[in-house]
Structures are given as C-alpha cells and as structure tokens.
Ligand binder design. Structure first.
Ligand code: FAD
Ligand code: SF4
Ligand code: SF4
Ligand code: SF4
Length: 372
C-alpha cells in the first residue's frame, strides 16, 4: 500500500506538489496529527507514527493517476479538453458584483443566484486579506459571498500588506468548517487542480466531498508568487509604481490597471520564475472536471467566458439567465462571440498541455529532487 511517504518521494521531491491540500484534508489519521500543512502550504508529516498506512492520501493526489480513468468516466471527459456542453460569455446583472469582480463577476453572480434560490447553504471561496493575499473561506451569508468576488486591491493598507502569494491555495481546507457547521449543499470555487482533487474524492465517495454540490472551476495558467523581489521585477518590466496600481488580472497576460485609467501588460513568459514550480507540469487550463468553468480569456473586458461541462452546470446557468441574475453577451454586438471564446480557450489549453508534456519529458530524462 502506497502512503504519504510515497507521495513525498514521487510528488513532492519531484517538485510536483500543487499544494491543493487534498492529502492532508482527507488523511484518515489527521485528527491524530499524522499530517499537517507547513507555513508554505505544503503537507508534511506531523507525526509519522500516527499514519495507519491506509493509502488514501496517495490515491486522491491529483498528481497520481490511480483514479484517472474513473474520474474521467464520471465526468464524461473527452479529448482535447474535457466535456464542453455550451460556451458562452456572460456577466453578473448586478453592477455592485461587477465592480469588484475579476472579470464579469459571473462566478459571484452565479453563487448569489444559487444562494438566493436556496440551492446552496454556502460556498467555499477565497476572501481578500491584503493587497494580493487571498485566503480560503467558507461563505455562508449573502454578504460574505458578495464580498468574495474578484481580486480586491486595498490601497489603504500600504505595502506592508503585500503577501508573498498572489493567491492562496488550500481551499480544500475549508471542508473542516463545512463539516462542523453540518452544511450539506456547498459550492466550491477552485483552480483546476483543486477541482480534480475533489472529483477524485467523489469517485471514492469520501465524506464530506458529497456535500459539494456544485463545482465552479477557474481557468488557470498558473499560480504566481508576488514577493518583494517579484514585485520589484514586475514594476521594472511594466514600468509602474505599485502605489498606482488599482487592480490586477490574469488572462493570457498579466494585466495591471493603474489609477490613471491606463493598463499595462506583462507577458506570462516574462513571469516564468514567479510561477509555482509544480504549475509548469500542469496540463489543465480550463478546469476540465468542473460543472462550469470560468475565465476572462476570449471575452471582452468586464465579461467572463463560461463553459458548461455537466447537465447540472448547464441547468444552473440557464436558470440564472432566466432569473436575470446573469446576463449574456449581446449576440448582435458579435455573432461569433461564443465560438471565438471557445477557440481562444482551446488554444490556451493546447499550449498549456504542450508545455507540460515537454516539461514532463525533461523530468523523465533526469533525476530531479527539489525541495519546495
Ligand atoms: C490562480 C489563478 C489563475 C488564473 N488564470 C487565468 C488565466 O490564465 N486565464 C483566464 O482567462 N482566467 C484565469 N483565471 C480566472 C480569472 O482570474 C477569474 O477568476 C475568472 O475569469 C472569473 O471571473 P469572474 O469575474 O466571473 O469571477 P468573480 O466574480 O470575480 O469571482 C472570482 C472567484 O474566484 C475565487 N478565487 C480567487 N482566487 C482563488 C483561488 N486562488 N483559489 C480558489 N478560488 C479563488 C474568488 O473567491 C471568487 O469566488 C485565474 C484564476 C486564478 C485564481
Ligand atoms: S493515515 Fe492514510 S491518509 Fe493519512 S498519511 Fe497515512 S496513508 Fe496517508
Ligand atoms: S498535490 Fe495535493 S494531494 Fe498531492 S501531495 Fe500535494 S497537496 Fe497533497
Ligand atoms: S497551473 Fe493552476 S491548476 Fe495547475 S497546478 Fe498550478 S494552480 Fe493548479
């Protein structure tokens, strides 16, 4: 039986740990301290003696392909980037939601719709706790859900509040408060790796993954570190002062909006060294296992590209449109908007897969041991 010891050898030491938190959250002996998460977000042994060698952590790790076939079957996954039922471009109908959103506020708009219609008791999202720092959070009120949108940028906090991480990661950790509160209808917003980790838990019918009733996935080109050195480098590349930055967004480029109304862009290639190491090996751009996937790519500024992937996702989106919680891009403005958006996502997805394939080929050609 392979255990966390093997995860350390096969995943962490190869630099492939996405820090999704799945292994530590679902460790059978977590209450006895077998595993814990260190300050960098990496799961480590808390007390190796307490491990009962059940192998669960190993099976659900998104880097381990043991459950891949079953996970794909359950999601009706197909080449080249998972099941696509419908692609469209939408935004929240609520200007307040749009104001603080990353793109069109579609994620927050949809969560609010589900909450208002009494379809969910809460949502695992992230909240802003500083200029770039976001923390996983279980939102259980309308207000909390509304405040979870976007990449909030609070200039009043000053430079001290800059976090080293652009985004925090262990969203799955919020399962614990969900269990404590006895919530059984929760939506999860997450990056593709987090969604995949959850789907594996659902394949194994692991409690409480059955309480996640909606999976909303975000397109993802990588998770970036925004430490002081990185910020200095970005300021130099973009020719900006961080004091003048009001918003950042990540699409096919990093987009920096300034208080003067101007925007500056930085190519992702220029941010190579800032990307989380394991993200280089990740091949899922479009959240292939979500009920609905969301991203800014392929949509005009202020709108979100949305792909429904399951009948549930399609029904929820249709319901939110008919209740006017979500509005669709006007077809008269651009008749080909949906197919153009899908094409953009396909392109980005294919590129990410190709890069990941090359990186993995490199990995098999040398013996790597990275301690990150
Ligand atoms: C790390 C990362 C990389 C991304 N890369 C791309 C990309 O390359 N191309 C692209 O088109 N889109 C990318 N996105 C998605 C994009 O930034 C928007 O989240 C998406 O378009 C939805 O916008 P919205 O206005 O509809 O959502 P909003 O209404 O603003 O809601 C955003 C939701 O995402 C949640 N959230 C934010 N950060 C995280 C996180 N780290 N983990 C879990 N949940 C989080 C918020 O809590 C909120 O619920 C990325 C997102 C992340 C987190
Ligand atoms: S008890 Fe099971 S889930 Fe926990 S570390 Fe050991 S093998 Fe992994
Ligand atoms: S990728 Fe996730 S499940 Fe795998 S070792 Fe890292 S934190 Fe654990
Ligand atoms: S690229 Fe995105 S989905 Fe892939 S491991 Fe990194 S954060 Fe997760």
């Amino acid at each position: 039986m392979k255990t966390f010891f093997n995860l350390v050898q096969e995943v962490q030491k190869q630099g492939l740990c996405y820090r999704c938190g799945g292994c530590a959250t679902f460790c059978t002996a977590i209450n006895y301290g077998a595993l814990e998460i260190d300050r960098t977000g990496k799961p480590v042994y808390g007390d190796m003696e307490k491990c009962i060698e059940c192998g669960l952590c190993y099976s659900i790790c998104p880097e381990i392909n043991e459950l891949d076939e079953e996970t794909k079957r359950q999601a009706a996954w197909s080449e080249p980037m998972g099941r696509v039922i419908e692609t469209t471009v939408v935004r929240s109908s609520d200007p307040l939601v749009r104001d603080r959103a990353t793109d069109g506020g579609a994620v927050t708009g949809l969560l609010l719709h589900l909450f208002d219609r009494n379809r969910i008791d809460g949502a695992i999202v992230t909240r802003s706790v500083g200029k770039y720092q976001r923390q996983p959070f279980l939102a259980t009120t309308r207000e909390e859900i509304q405040n979870s949108g976007g990449l909030l940028f609070e200039t009043s906090h000053g430079m001290k509040q800059f976090s080293d991480q652009y985004m925090t990661f262990s969203t799955i950790e919020e399962f614990k408060p969900m269990i404590k509160k006895g919530l059984s209808r929760v939506a999860l917003v997450g990056t593709p790796c987090q969604i995949k980790s959850l789907r594996k838990m659902q394949v194994l019918s692991l409690v409480p993954s059955d309480s996640i009733t909606f999976c909303l996935g975000l397109f993802c080109s990588g998770n970036f570190t925004f430490g002081e050195t990185e910020r200095e480098k970005l300021a130099e590349i973009a020719g900006i002062s961080w004091a003048n930055v009001v918003r950042i967004n990540l699409k096919d480029k990093l987009i920096i909006s300034l208080n003067s109304g101007e925007t500056r862009t930085v190519e992702l290639e220029q941010m190579k060294g800032m990307k989380r190491y394991a993200c280089q090996y990740c091949s899922d751009y479009s959240a292939e296992f979500a009920d609905i996937s969301f991203g800014g790519i392929g949509a005009l500024e202020g709108w979100t590209t949305v792909i429904t992937r399951t009948p549930l996702g399609r029904a929820v989106l249709a319901d939110s449109r008919s209740f006017k919680s979500i509005e669709q891009f006007n077809v008269e403005d651009n008749a080909g908007f949906a197919s153009n958006a899908l094409q953009e996502v396909r392109k980005a997805s294919a590129l990410k897969k190709k890069k990941a394939r090359h990186k993995r080929r490199d990995l098999t050609n040398r013996s790597v041991q990275v301690n990150i």
